[in-house]
Ligand binder design. Structure first.
Ligand SMILES: [Zn+2]
Length: 177
């Protein structure tokens, strides 16, 4: 790892910490003394994705991330939240201990997560991934979600903050004057 400031190829580790599935190291350049951080991620045994048509390709985290990012584009989600979905799915895949995973399984994992996160992102991803056979199937899915959000409407933030509903007069004396 070359120093990002001067390009020198040697540094010392001044702090290291376990983070999720990797190690975060704080380093100091031996030439210019600049400090920088590196993350080491365990590279597990190869994982292959099997396609519907029988083709096999190596699991590509960037491809997974790109698909999730595209679905979440311009949605009110932080990039941290979006990227974490790919990280967690990757982690779950490796934890299965399998060396081959059907592409549909990964798609289902993404959809399950997006469904909880953001319905628009979910529909976008599902329409690409599941290749809805016709517009009726897609509509059914949208209707399902619409019904679902009515049931869970108490989870959503009310338009009027509850404390204003409970106490409409914050300073009643002023009103009596
Ligand atoms: Zn340096």
């Amino acid at each position: 790892m070359n120093c990002p400031y001067c390009g020198h190829n040697d540094s010392k580790v001044i702090d290291s910490r376990d983070v999720n599935d990797g190690i975060r190291r704080r380093r100091q350049c031996l030439q210019c003394n600049a400090r920088f951080t590196t993350y080491e991620r365990l590279q597990p045994a190869s994982l292959f994705v099997t396609k519907k048509d029988g083709r096999r390709e190596e699991f590509d985290r960037d491809k997974l991330l790109a698909g999730i990012r595209k679905a979440c584009e311009k949605r009110p989600l932080t990039s941290e939240t979006v990227d974490r979905q790919a990280d967690e799915i990757e982690g779950e895949l490796y934890q299965t201990g399998k060396t081959e995973i059907p592409s549909g399984t990964i798609g289902d994992m993404v959809m399950a997560r997006l469904k909880k996160l953001d319905h628009i992102a979910y529909i976008r991803f599902a329409s690409v991934y599941r290749e809805f056979e016709d517009i009726t199937t897609l509509k059914e899915e949208v209707d399902n979600l619409a019904g679902h959000s009515i049931i869970n409407s108490s989870d959503q933030l009310p338009l009027i903050p509850p404390d204003e509903l409970a106490a409409p007069e914050k300073n009643p004396r002023r009103l009596r004057r």
